[in-house]
Design a protein around this ligand. Sequence first.
Ligand SMILES: NC(=O)c1ccc[n+]([C@@H]2O[C@H](COP(=O)([O-])OP(=O)(O)OC[C@H]3O[C@@H](n4cnc5c(N)ncnc54)[C@H](O)[C@@H]3O)[C@@H](O)[C@H]2O)c1
Length: 292
Amino acid sequence: MTVDDIKRISVVGSGTMGSQIAQQFALHGYDVVLNDISDDLLEKALASNRAILSRRVDKGTMTSEEMEAALSRVKAERDLEKAAADADFVIEAVSERLAIKREVFGKLDDVCLPHTILASNSSSIVISMIAEGIRRKDKACNMHFFHPALVMKLVEVVKGQWTSEETAEITCELCRRIDRMPIKINKEISSFIVNRILHRLSQEAYWLADNGYATPQGIDTAVKLALGHPMGPFELADLIGLDIVYDARMQRFTETGETRDKPAQVLADLVKAGHLGRKTGKGFYEYPRQIE
Ligand SMILES: NC(=O)c1ccc[n+]([C@@H]2O[C@H](COP(=O)([O-])OP(=O)(O)OC[C@H]3O[C@@H](n4cnc5c(N)ncnc54)[C@H](O)[C@@H]3O)[C@@H](O)[C@H]2O)c1
């Protein structure tokens, strides 16, 4: 198979990442089926994409005809089998829980065509763990987009212990076809490159905040002004979603058992209170209205 054989894409999970990944493919002419566990979530995802593309039309960076064409290429389908049966390439973007991802991969392995590649957008879990129980292990890899996927160029493509070179190469080329820049990671490691570096920085930031050395807002200001980062670690966590950050840290803590990898108290308290960042209107900061 070559990248030219990939015509139909399926994206499983229509949340923050899946919705925009689906739309990015559709913007580049691919037919996409978007799957989630409820019609409400799917409708929300399609409405969110419409709102984002409408802003592009308002700014004059795309025409309303282009917008309608791109939106119409994403179809919503709640039934996973129907959503994935015809796909040449599937991207899983469900919640960051290994058990859920394994279940989704198992079902996909059963219903997808033999040539179909299965990629996971996990931000921390390596493909060998997710694809452990499937038959097509050589056709599975990590394909890690960054948030917001309609804007961020980088995609980390990670080869697991069973991923074939062909699968990794096709996945990298597919990224280029949708105007995304892949970097290939030849040997898998949890959290890959960007999040490992970010994790070390934010781990220190959380430790400083947990121990009362400075407020999250103060630490963000320091990081932005002195290190030149566009956002501080706490602003970024609000953007990503504090539940996602919490789960990723918990996943890492489970793997390493090191106290320093445990989710910080300030983070755990906010997640427990249901304050998940921008998507709920409050996290380390307050957001007057929900951002799509
Ligand atoms: N949020 C980020 O900044 C970010 C960045 C890169 C990667 N990721 C990764 O992308 C994945 C999704 O993250 P997100 O932020 O979009 O999460 P999210 O919570 O916004 O969306 C996850 C979606 O998956 C759906 N889902 C759960 N179980 C499902 C199932 N069995 N079948 C179909 N859909 C199911 C949920 O209903 C939800 O809509 C995670 O693995 C995360 O680590 C997130």
